[in-house]
Design a protein around this ligand. Structure first.
Ligand SMILES: Nc1nc2c(ncn2[C@@H]2O[C@H](COP(=O)(O)OP(=O)(O)O)[C@@H](O)[C@H]2O)c(=O)[nH]1
Ligand SMILES: [Mg+2]
Length: 350
């Protein structure tokens, strides 16, 4: 899964990127108008997978992962993000908007002062405008070609109307079928959005932002950017004490990833073996045949049945085969809804 980190100039995007990934990408003036994206793939910590792997000592251990992208953005005269520079964000699965809520007199705010709620509106407006442009261009083209009698055309009209009033589409806007029609457009305001409030040591008032987020069902998450960036760069063993001083048990990375999983209703299932033990992330409600398709399309096509065990039963029995002997296995068909923590073995025939 890919998450793009965006925000106004000097909101602390790279600082938050570093806090979440443990990287040391240059921040502030040192970044000197960097035009390259900073990328980092972060393993999703999972003790269940670690325990399963300890039974097999596999050649390969593969955690689920999230790819964070800190993309270079351009800004217009009013401080908004230009539509053109958002092009790469369209490929991301989710968007994290960093909002500056730290006070730091030596760092100029993007707009004349720092106002977290106004800044969020500014970013949202940029996303809405970027989507509007794309939808309108497509609509004009369909008009010209007189292709008005299609689902795409009708929906585009609705999209343009909605965006025209400054309203984001929202993550639930498209049905699964419509999402397929519009996949290539990468509508930004239809992606899952996470608002990351970069609070810094001294935090600016942002109750209005929290209230507005709660009212509109927008997700928000606090990170003390400067300090968490420094902590993330320490060896894991040293991180604990510093976090404890802040009253935290875990680094920003773990907290944020857990938050992403629960907000997006993601769950994990596992595949195990001597070659590889692996965690797979799927949406809650995914069927066994669709889960099989995540592993390989052949497994979905030739699906016969799934052998399913709870991860605890596999650990207690010693391995998957032992769990089978101990009658801890269930045979499930295509429509079985995979549960968080299931260990799956797909029987198939192609
Ligand atoms: N005091 C304070 N300064 C911060 C914080 N986060 C970022 N900064 C500073 O703000 C400036 C811009 O940060 P940077 O991460 O480069 O922002 P970007 O332009 O959005 O990528 C840098 O000088 C950072 O050191 C924070 O939480 N507290
Ligand atoms: Mg930056």
């Amino acid at each position: 899964m890919e998450t793009a980190i965006i925000g106004l100039a000097r909101s602390g995007k790279t600082t938050i990127f570093n806090a979440l990934t443990g990287q040391a990408a240059l921040t502030g003036d040192a970044a000197g108008g960097r035009k390259q994206a900073a990328l980092s793939e972060v393993k999703v910590p999972d003790e269940r997978l670690d325990k399963l792997a300890s039974l097999y000592e596999p050649k390969k251990l593969t955690h689920a992962s999230v790819l964070f992208k800190d993309l270079p953005l351009d800004h217009d005269e009013e401080g908004g993000i230009t539509a053109a520079s958002l092009a790469d964000v369209r490929r991301a699965d989710a968007v994290a908007i960093v909002i500056r809520a730290f006070s730091n007199d030596s760092v100029m705010p993007a707009l004349k002062d720092s106002a977290p709620l106004r800044d969020l509106r500014k970013v949202t407006d940029s996303l809405v405008f970027g989507d509007y442009e794309i939808a309108e261009k497509r609509l004009e083209r369909l008009d010209k070609e007189a292709k008005r009698d299609t689902r795409e055309y009708h929906l585009l009209r609705q999209i343009v109307d909605r965006l025209g009033t400054g309203t984001p589409l929202g993550a639930g806007f498209f049905s699964a079928e419509d999402a397929r029609i519009f996949a290539g457009f990468g509508f930004l305001t239809a992606k899952p959005l996470f608002v990351i409030i970069n609070t810094g040591g001294t935090s600016l008032a942002h109750e209005d932002l929290l209230r507005q987020a709660a009212e509109s069902g927008t997700d928000s998450f606090d990170i003390r950017g400067d300090l968490e960036m420094e902590i993330a760069q320490l060896p894991p063993a040293d991180q604990k004490d510093f976090l404890a001083d802040m009253g935290l048990e875990e680094p920003a990375k773990n907290r944020f990833l857990r938050h992403v999983y629960s907000t997006l209703h993601l769950v994990s299932f596992f595949t195990v073996g001597d070659d590889e033990c692996k965690a797979w992330s799927i949406r809650e409600g995914t069927t066994a045949v669709a889960a099989a398709g995540e592993i390989h399309s052949d497994l979905a096509k030739g699906f016969i049945r799934a052998e399913v065990a709870r991860w605890q039963d596999v650990v207690e029995s010693g391995d998957f085969a032992a769990a089978k002997k101990a009658n801890k296995l269930r045979l499930e068909g295509k429509e079985y809804v995979v549960r968080d923590g299931d260990v799956l073995l797909i029987r198939f025939n192609v």
